[in-house]
Design a protein around this ligand. Sequence first.
Ligand code: ZN
Length: 325
Amino acid sequence: MTDIRTRRVPEKGVFVLSLDCEGLWGMADSQATMTDGVINDRTLEQAYDFLDRTLDRCGVRATAAFVSAFAAGRDVIGECLPEIRELAAMLPGWFSSLLPRLERGDAASLDGLEGRCHWQRLASAGHEIGWHGSTHIPLHDATPAVAVDIELALAHRLCSEIGGPGRSVIWPRNLVGHRPRVRAAGFTDFRAGPLPGRARRVASLLREFHILDRGSGDRPRCCEGWRVAPAGFFLNWPMGVRRVVPIQATVRRWKSMLRDAARTGGYVHMWFHPHNFITAPAMAEAFSAIVEEVASLVRSGDLLSLSMVDANALSWEAGQNVLHR
Ligand SMILES: [Zn+2]
């Protein structure tokens, strides 16, 4: 920890909400999703409008990690096409649907791929802006270093007109890799990825029914020059097999975790994609109820709603909450 100024804060629980903001960029490898038209400018507008209004009504702060190309305007994407073509040559599977649309560059081709208005709205509302890759290619160690270097250069170019990509990273597909490279580019904080494997996914699904859940007990930590937020919990997306989880079970489980954090000075981290509201509207009902519980615990003085970076800067060492600035 290199911070110099510190200030003690009351020992309260902490709630963190991190959002993977990507539009169709996050699903470029799914031919069906790229062509079925479900995720488009209009439905994205509805999802981000609901998100922003709910957070504003409840006074809850989020970390919105944007795919840089989603946050950038159409003109800027056009200027960066040579670099994107280089990436496409290395990772053709990711760009086979995407690149022809970017090359055409008209409104119909970019439907679902332009999110600058959502970036502006969340940034001006005071939410932390983070980075979710420049084009959402996986940045794990199997990706060539030269591709990661292009992504890092693109992050600053694509975001040059909107104040930069931020300092925190949510790794595309939660695949953490090339950490020294990404750290050297100026990023300081990231959200850990969940453990891989089918057994973990099955356990995660079963846990959705645990309505007296008390959370993971994990807290932010420092590692190799990074400040690392715990992987957190995905807000259930009631689609596919996850449709079996009743909304009320989701709400009761989150309320249990939040109240336990408020009582014990613990840490709770929620994450999801705003576009999940489009394909599973019932998720909005759960989200509203949970965020209202956060607001209630904040009002009673038992919980802090912090950005991921601010929560990572909070140390619980020696039982003291110290906010490092
Ligand atoms: Zn993503």
